[in-house]
Design a protein around this ligand. Structure first.
Ligand SMILES: O=C[C@H](O)COP(=O)(O)O
Length: 331
């Protein structure tokens, strides 16, 4: 499946203005920052959905009252449905690691969750502990208050320090908590995440005033281009929701409804198969090619027999008639 996003004039202007604004806050030249985002010169961004939706899903359980048994079930569901990852609180990483065993499902730990306001040193310690216990990805919450205060050095350093504390192979996702941000701050947070070295920008914790919105996912993708990926999370409840996020640039879906989404996707697939079969049945109901061959053969035989009978009858009638017209001919 192919998708594309267009840089409309308004969005382009917004992003360019925020690059200027952010560059001043972190004390670099706007040209230097602009050079990091060359895709902003394009008019369109194209991308593909190559794989099954299961491989987009971070199967998530972050409730404070989640039990060991529920973590076990989460891991088993992720294995059974071939989800990309499970996402758990850092204190549950050890158990999730054991439950996942040698399966290829990745293990993401949330850090500074859900408020993002813990000290950077706490985030680093939490990150390192989670990695030691088997986490392969880190979902850290940005410091929203400092972002709103325009303390961009602090926000950048918070991200940068967490990224630096892990091996390059570990993907760090920065949760922006978009429901608390203006469009302008979403763009700034994306810029800071990219230059901080994050692999992903992620919309929401699922614990604040709102979750992922299509327009936010789209804006985030237009800012980060190919420099980072976008994870849509919080309130993604259906296959339709998930597909909308993917069509707008998300390459990962963080959701506690992964099993439902996967099932809905299979139902959609089954419906498509059923409708194709129905179409075939309707198309072929008037032709013999879809009929049981034995019945077709009997039918053909009967048709031939009846035609033969009629042919014989017509011939006989014709002969009788011609004899009547020309009695000599019979002799
Ligand atoms: O990071 C993922 C979210 O916490 C999941 O939120 P959700 O329960 O609304 O799907």
């Amino acid at each position: 499946m192919n998708f594309s996003l267009t840089y409309d004039k308004e969005t382009k202007e917004l992003i360019q203005n925020r690059i200027n604004f952010t560059s001043k806050r972190i004390n670099i030249l706007p040209e230097q920052l602009r050079a990091v985002f060359p895709h902003l010169l394009e008019t369109e961004m194209k991308f593909k959905m190559n794989e099954d939706i299961s491989s987009y899903i971070d199967h998530t359980l972050l409730k404070p009252d989640a039990t060991k048994e529920q973590i076990k079930q989460l891991c088993q569901e992720a294995i059974d449905n071939k989800f990309y990852a499970v996402c758990v609180n850092s204190n549950r990483v050890k158990e999730a690691f054991e439950f996942l065993g040698k399966n290829s499902v990745q293990l993401a730990a949330v850090v500074g969750f859900p408020l993002g306001v813990t000290d950077t040193n706490c985030k680093i310690f939490e990150t390192e502990t989670a990695i030691d216990n088997g986490a392969t990805e880190i979902d850290m919450v940005i410091n929203v208050g400092r972002l709103k205060d325009e303390e961009y050095f602090e926000v950048l350093s918070d991200i940068r320090e967490v990224v630096k504390s892990v091996d390059e192979s570990v993907k760090v996702k920065v949760i922006l908590e978009t429901c608390l941000l203006t469009k302008e701050l979403i763009v700034d947070a994306c810029i800071l995440s990219v230059i901080g070295g994050a692999s992903f920008v992620k919309t929401s914790t699922g614990f604040s005033q709102g979750g992922a919105k299509v327009e936010d996912v789209r804006l985030m993708k237009l800012v980060v281009g190919d420099l980072a990926e976008v994870k849509a999370s919080g309130g993604v409840r259906s296959y339709e929701d998930a597909m909308k996020m993917i069509a707008n640039g998300a390459t990962r879906i963080g959701t506690s409804s992964g099993v439902k989404i996967s099932k809905e996707k299979n139902d959609v697939k089954q419906n498509q198969i059923d409708s194709i079969s129905d179409q075939n049945l309707n198309r072929n109901s008037s032709s013999s090619s879809f009929v049981n061959p034995k019945i077709a053969l009997c039918g053909a035989f009967l048709t031939a027999a009846i035609s033969g009978f009629f042919a014989g009858y017509v011939y006989q009638q014709n002969s009788q008639n011609s004899n009547k017209k020309n009695p000599k001919k019979k002799k």
